[in-house]
Design a protein around this ligand. Structure first.
Ligand code: GN1
Ligand code: MG
Length: 344
């Protein structure tokens, strides 16, 4: 950790301790322990987020709106540098920002009770709802086409043409499953032309580690606002379904552990709709289950496409890592779809 960064925050003292933190795949995160305060330091992955200043601008706008209209909402803003900047840029190192570590808050990596799922869903629903009076088109698109399923599908088809031949052969089974569920893309294409589906301020990364909990295990607020952009509710509801329903994550290699926990589905739905019920149209609410299919399918597509493209996006910690992740998500998708008639 370069001294230079901490210096910009007046934190370059001998008593400071720095620890790697979190489990994100894209940005790098550290916990900074000071005598009295703790902080979270993050390096923005500039390869992926081409315009870090757009992230800072969005956080600023949202923060201003919330403090004017919902001053009681706990909004975790970046700490300004000694010269008043939201970010530090260091040649050959990239863009960094510092957040206060909210006292007495904690995060989790796995959802192990329905109540945690409910609390998280309530927080993500609340975030969008509190911002319903804010003009979402004012937000900059930090990742163009991030959850554009048609484009993700086209990228997959391109990988089938130009990708690693051996990997394509080896992935025949997964490729077939992806083709089999192509109707998920067709539904998406109908949705985006349907005026009953609205673009709102959407978080786009609703995994459980992006929710702060308090000591009483209640949700406090959401964090990691890099992908806050205009989007559809399916992105947020869907990624919760993708990541909270099963007791094991996309990293699990023993697929027999993948399971859909019915009561978690209801907890997510109740938590989210408890906030968003009046915001969403009937057509949107009818697509709550679809939201899960949309996000699980897209994640399977993204992992498989990356595998066929030699892991250029997600990287790989072991041989066939993205292949395993894609197959994990396809098992999850199939198990989820089996519940279609039962979960409503
Ligand atoms: C990435 O970096 P992380 O873990 O927050 C990805 C998400 C994926 C997720 C899968 C910017 O998120 O879209 O769902 O990996 N973020 C980006 O684990 O691509
Ligand atoms: Mg993230």
């Amino acid at each position: 950790m370069p001294e230079q960064i901490l210096k910009q925050y007046n934190l370059n003292k001998p008593s400071i301790k720095v620890f790697p933190f979190g489990s994100g795949l894209i940005n790098h995160t550290w916990l900074i322990k000071d005598d009295s305060n703790d902080y979270i330091l993050q390096r923005i992955n500039h390869n992926i987020f081409k315009q870090p200043s757009a992230i800072a601008a969005n956080i600023n706008l949202v923060g201003k709106y919330l403090s004017a209209h919902h001053p009681y909402y706990l909004f975790v803003k970046p700490v300004a540098t000694i010269s008043g900047e939201d970010m530090v840029y260091i040649e050959s190192e990239g863009y960094f920002r510092l957040f206060p570590f909210v006292k007495d808050s904690y995060t989790i990596n796995v959802v192990s009770t329905p109540s945690q799922a409910f609390e998280a869903a309530q927080q993500f629903g609340k975030f969008t709802k509190l911002l319903s009076g804010f003009d979402a088109t004012k937000l900059k698109t930090t990742l163009p086409d991030f959850h554009n399923l048609s484009l993700r599908f086209r990228q997959f088809e391109e990988a089938l043409e130009k990708g690693n031949r051996e990997r394509i052969k080896e992935s025949a089974g997964a490729i077939k499953t992806i083709q089999h569920y192509k109707n998920i893309v067709t539904t998406w294409e109908r949705i985006i032309t349907n005026p009953a589906f609205k673009k709102r301020v959407t978080h786009h990364d609703t995994k459980i580690s992006n929710v702060l909990f308090n000591k009483e295990d209640k949700g406090l607020c959401v964090i990691d606002l890099d992908t806050v952009m205009p989007g559809y509710f399916m992105s947020d509801a869907g990624d919760m379904l993708r990541t909270y329903l099963s007791p094991v994550s996309e990293e699990e290699k023993d697929f027999s552990k993948i399971e859909i926990r019915n009561e978690y589905y209801h907890a997510i739905k109740e938590g989210y709709l408890g906030e968003m019920d009046e915001e969403l149209s009937l057509a949107e609410k009818d697509h709550f289950f679809y939201a899960g299919k949309f996000m699980i399918y897209m994640q399977a597509l993204r992992f498989l496409t990356d595998y066929l493209n030699n892991d250029i996006y997600y990287g790989a910690k072991y041989d066939k890592h993205n292949f395993m992740r894609a197959n994990n998500q396809l098992v999850l998708l199939q198990q989820f779809i089996e519940k279609e008639e039962k979960l409503f």
